[in-house]
Design a protein around this ligand. Structure first.
Ligand code: 6GU
Length: 264
């Protein structure tokens, strides 16, 4: 997978060189290139923003620096013969989740256009449709100062799903929100040595070596946590995906079955 990121703050993408993603780059699985938008500014002050037509607060990123930056990347992609996906992090995009991460993990070339201020002149994305599949994505219902951190979030969630990056493909299928997992529950508690720490002990069942009992305990705890913290995940799960032990637990937590769903 190839990833290009265009930003006025290239240093913001420094974490892309660390950890899992850094290793994936050293292994040649992924290449990340960060580009400074100001290198495509057209005046001697390297200006990349201007006041919005129609008035209003803040500044809008100018079309021409973005047009030139994206043209340069599109030219390289044409040589390679792949049509890249242009991901535009914006609070007005479709909402990012694990299914979107899986979709992006299948794309050969991702380009991130990180806007600041009030956004990028809208003609840039219209023009980009000639060379890119344009994909405006939000990472949630809150407002960031710019797209850089959102790009990092999307890159991290996506690249760990690229074949070979994790090294342990089982842990991907096991993720709480992995598409294709029948029901989505949040993960329960985890423990490591020592079995006693301060005045706290690891639950006996986890130390028992009884794998079936441990699996049941983990599922109970995941179900408890999900019922408290993310009740909508339970409400959206078809009732047949809860076994009789799940159903007893949900009932004990004050839930009841209604028209094929569990509700409070
Ligand atoms: Cl993708 N960008 C910005 N600037 N703010 C956001 C966001 C993205 N997602 C949520 N808030």
């Amino acid at each position: 997978m190839r990833i290009d990121v265009v930003t006025i703050f290239p240093e913001y993408l420094a974490p892309a060189r660390l950890s899992l993603l850094g290793k994936a780059q050293s292994a040649g699985l992924i290449s990340v290139q960060v580009h400074d938008l100001r290198e495509h500014a057209t005046d001697r002050h390297n200006t990349v923003d201007d006041t919005p037509y129609g008035g209003g607060p803040g500044m809008v990123m100018m079309a021409e620096p973005w047009g030139l930056a994206l043209d340069a990347i599109a030219d390289q992609a044409k040589t390679a013969g792949v049509r890249p996906r242009l991901v535009v992090p914006t609070p007005s995009g479709r909402v990012f989740n694990q299914a979107v991460a899986s979709e992006l993990a299948q794309v050969e070339h991702l380009v991130f256009a990180c806007g600041r201020y009030e956004g990028i002149d809208s003609r840039v994305l219209l023009a980009a449709e000639a060379d890119f599949d344009v994909d405006e994505i939000s990472i949630g219902d809150y407002v960031l100062a710019g797209g850089e951190v959102a790009a990092l979030v999307i890159i991290e969630a996506t690249t760990r799903l690229v074949a070979g990056v994790l090294g342990n493909e089982e842990s991907v299928a096991d993720d709480s929100f992995a598409p294709g997992r029948m029901e989505k529950l949040v993960e329960g508690p985890v423990f490591t040595k020592p079995s006693q720490w301060r005045d706290l002990e690891v639950p006996d069942v986890v130390l028992s070596g009884d794998h079936a009992a441990i699996a049941r305990w983990r599922r109970d705890e995941a179900l408890r946590r999900t019922a408290t913290r993310r009740p909508e995940l339970i409400e959206h799960t078809p009732a047949e995906q809860f076994d009789s032990t799940d159903q007893e637990l949900l009932a004990a937590l004050g839930w009841r079955e209604d028209q094929g769903r569990w509700i409070r």
